[in-house]
Design a binder for this molecule. Sequence first.
Ligand SMILES: Cc1ncc(COP(=O)(O)O)c(C=O)c1O
Length: 377
Amino acid sequence: MSERDDVLHSWFVQADWNAPTVVGGEGAWLHLEGGRRVLDMSSLAECSNLGHQHPRLVEAIRDQASELCFVTNAWGAKPRADLARRLLELSGFEGGRVFFTNGGADANEHAVKIARMAAGKPEGKIIARDRSYHGATRLAQALSGDSRTQAESNAAALGISHVPPPYAYRCPFGSGSDAHCGELAAAAVAERIDEFGAGQVAAVIMEPNAGTNGIVAPDSYWPALRRATAERDVWLIADEVMSGFGRCGEWFAWQRQGESARPDLMTLAKGLTGAAAPLGAVVLSSDVAGEIEHQMLYTGLTYCGHPLSCAAGLAALAAYEAEGLIDRSRNMGTELLTELQEMQSRHPVIGDVRGGHGLFAVIELVADAATREPIAP
Ligand SMILES: Cc1ncc(COP(=O)(O)O)c(C=O)c1O
């Protein structure tokens, strides 16, 4: 018997899974059983932002394990407190609070729960968008506008409503201008809130830069979304699970548009620990934290702020800073974009190149560059 027979593997027809076993890694390389090395072009699930076996991460986990492996968050724990403080400082969410989770999906579940609680709308609607991914638990799946998860979910029953995305290359609003398409997509959110009535809507959740679905919103989108939600007293949640920690050339992708783009809540995972240990987080602004300060928090996870994971998180933040990796990603992203555009000029199969704010870019393949016919249905 082998792993192939005994383990259920995500996003696979089980009978088709036949991957080799990874026994080690270093930097961008994975080491396979039998001695082969594989270049990890995607940092696994876009999560190993610091490469494999980063010495700072390994050491931090080892040191923490020798002191205290675990304590629930009914008790205090130093790495948890230190990580929350660093996250609030780094993101400029001073006066806010951090709720730690095990990963991205449960961070989004909790962001929705906390947003509804802070809005005083326990049944409040949540607006999300098509071509998005927020995770694979029941609610996160329903938030996602992704072909892999939609069929399984019942968004409306969970109070979730989807709007079209700011997908400028194939603008769902028919605009030929990127900036205009972004504005129309933000206006569609405003319209949806108004249809329900702002008093019925608790929050809007969006990825500032969608990874899995390849949407890089035009610069006009996020600031307009921020204005529309603020004017209507609806919380804005930025899902930074994939786009955070340097991937888009800033600590968090919304920061590209400056202070006026600041969301009310932000969800994190993946690069938070460079994936060396499982950890997610919901970062609350001081306004959101203030609303729930004297309410009972009816939620919890056994491993909330696990000390080993928080120690890894602290080491990851220190590594991003000490090695100048956020700036490096921003600078190399410009080079990457130039190279991809050059490739596009030589290969008609590349219909669009976008992103490159950091080492996160999209090439969209087409059957026909003139008609933009997708290469896959
Ligand atoms: C934007 C975004 N949100 C949430 C998730 C879910 O995170 P997790 O797989 O840790 O539950 C992902 C995972 O790819 C993601 O890309």
